[in-house]
Design a binder for this molecule. Structure first.
Ligand code: ADP
Ligand code: MG
Length: 253
């Protein structure tokens, strides 16, 4: 049985998408069948894998709103073992349109239920909010991965995220676990980065991943080429960190 991992933090720019794309690609290259679900209307995970959004005539929106079967929206990424359900800007309207639907927090869960038989990992890249799209991801997920940027205000909003997780566990998805907290954009030269690591470890203890993702320019260059960094520059520090993270997620570190 596969595992659904939602990557969420309502703060933007903390490396949710970078983590979704690169963790997903690493797991796929390690032989695991992976499905990446782009649940952000900005579609950065979709374009980060080189998919041309303007050429798509359907996306995750159609699964949520038009009851299209997931098989009609899954496309191969071009990378071995890695498929994607893309997102387009059409998804921006979905939160408003879902409000009137029955069991509106559980639509994604229903749509994805049989995919766990086909994929070992299903990774959901969430938008930067705690709205209905993220609630759908948390309802469908087995676990939550929280990226935290080693910057000022790193923990800002994390309390609210954890409250949301508790509400989801109580009312929508009892089985939701914390996969781990991932420290990102770490700069060893900065005291601030080191302080953030200490602070986050104090709050989350053993839930913090051992592997910390360094700030690495190759990671920020790769998306504009539509290639994950682990393929764009496999020997870069950013690539190596995500490969180690993939092993940690698989429990083989
Ligand atoms: P989110 O999805 O949380 O909004 P992104 O993954 O899009 O965040 O990352 C925000 C920006 O930071 C992007 O431009 C991305 O390329 C860059 N970035 C992410 N991780 C790193 C890193 N470790 N080092 C340098 N740049 C990074
Ligand atoms: Mg993103």
């Amino acid at each position: 049985m596969g595992k659904i991992i939602a990557i969420a933090n309502q703060k933007g720019g903390v490396a949710k998408t970078t983590t979704a794309v690169n963790l997903g690609t690493c797991l796929a290259l390690m032989g695991q069948p992976v499905l990446l679900v782009d649940l952000d209307p900005q579609g950065n995970a979709t374009s980060g894998l080189g998919v041309d959004k303007s050429a798509l005539d359907r996306c995750i929106y159609d699964v949520l709103i038009n009851e299209l079967n997931v098989d009609e929206v899954i496309i191969p990424s071009g990378i071995r073992n890695l498929d994607i359900i893309p997102s387009t800007i059409q998804l921006a309207g979905a939160e408003v349109e879902m409000v009137s639907l029955l069991a509106r927090e559980q639509i994604l869960k229903g749509a994805m239920s049989e995919l766990k038989n086909r994929y070992q990992y299903i990774i959901i890249d969430c938008p930067p909010s705690l709205g209905l799209l993220t609630l759908n991801a948390l309802s469908a997920a087995d676990s939550l991965l929280i990226p935290i940027q080693c910057e000022f205000y790193a923990l800002e909003g994390v309390g609210q995220l954890m409250n949301t997780v508790q509400l989801v566990q109580k009312h929508l998805n009892q089985g939701l676990k914390i996969e781990g907290v991932l420290l990102t954009m770490f700069d060893a030269r900065l005291n601030l980065s080191i302080q953030v690591v200490d602070e986050v470890k104090k709050v989350f203890g053993t839930k913090v991943f051992k592997n910390i993702i360094p700030r690495n320019v190759r990671l920020s260059e790769a998306p504009s080429h539509g290639i994950p960094v682990v393929i764009y520059d496999p020997k870069s520090k950013g690539s190596e960190a995500y490969q180690e993270l993939a092993k940690e997620v698989m429990g083989i570190d």
